[in-house]
Structures are given as structure tokens and as C-alpha cells.
Design a protein around this ligand. Sequence first.
Ligand code: SF4
Length: 189
Amino acid sequence: MIQSYRMVAEETDFPLHLGVTESGTRKDGSVKSSIGIGTLLADGIGDTIRVSLAAPSVEEVEVGHQILSSLGIGRPGVNIIACPTCGRMVGDLFSIVDEVEEAVKEQGSNKDLEVALMGCAVNGPGEAAGADLGISLGRGRAHLFKRGEVVRTVEEDEIIDAVLEAIETWDEEDDAEAERAASAEATAA
Ligand code: SF4
């Protein structure tokens, strides 16, 4: 599929609609679609996309949006990232990630934010501080980061509410102002 689209793109400027046909189940089909569509989009090939899964069409749409947001294109939205976990993990990060992802989906925010969910207090804080919003788990609690600073310590069972509230109250004006200030500083330097 990838090779065919590359050959067609060399021959024409017509818009191209990308999709992996009969890709399979939720999991296998999402992986195949992500590779096929994502590789071509990263090459600059493709104008529209479709994801075809043996699953309800709402899931196909969600996977399509995830492919676009993973490439930093498409409509704005909350991008959740999480650490791969290792022996240092404290707490149940897997459930927290699943629940935050589901809750954020339901919240339906169109704020363009990266939210990092990290499993320990060793390497977690650095990663959480690097995102717009982040949490790093400690024993039974977590630090909540906003723009690189710890703004709250929350109990483990309050994490989801705390993340949702931080997204809801994220002030885009402040963010734009911070970006303008950083760019003015860089220009002056
Ligand atoms: S953030 Fe902590 S728990 Fe997660 S992978 Fe890194 S070291 Fe392991």
C-alpha cells in the first residue's frame, strides 16, 4: 500500500485518500492503519484519510484522530502520553492512564495540550515537567505539574479529577502570552 501510494504521488498532483483496506481487528487494524497512513503522511503524501476496522465506526474515527495528533497535525486536542513503566513504578499507572484517557475523551476539550502521565518520582518529574500538564506518581499520591512547575500534590484517587480540572482551567491566553514572551526573549538574545 505504501509503495503504491508513493508511486502514484510521483505521477500526479491529484489529492490522495489514504486507507488500509480490510486492516482487521481493533488492535491489529489500528497498528496496520497507523503504519500505512502515518508513514505516508510523514512523507507528505495524502490529503484525506480513512481507518477501516472490524469495530464500530466511532472507533475508526478515534483512531484516525489519534494518527493525526501523533503526527502533530489535525484538529487541536489533548494528547495523552505515558511512560512505558518499569520496576520503579509505584501505583497503578495502567488504570490511571486508561481512566484519564476515557475521562478526557468524554470531557471533549479542544485545547491543544500535551498531558504526561508518569509512573515514578525518579524519572517521572522530568518528563511531567516537559509537558504542558503532567503527573508523576509517588507512593499513594502524585505531583501535578503545570508548565514545568509542581502546582499540587494529590492523592492517587484524586488524580483523574485533578487532571481534568487542570485541563478545564488551562488558560490559553496565559499560554499565548508566555509563548510571545519566550519568542521576544529569543529575538532579543
Ligand atoms: S517514569 Fe519512572 S516508572 Fe516510568 S519508565 Fe521512567 S523510570 Fe520507569
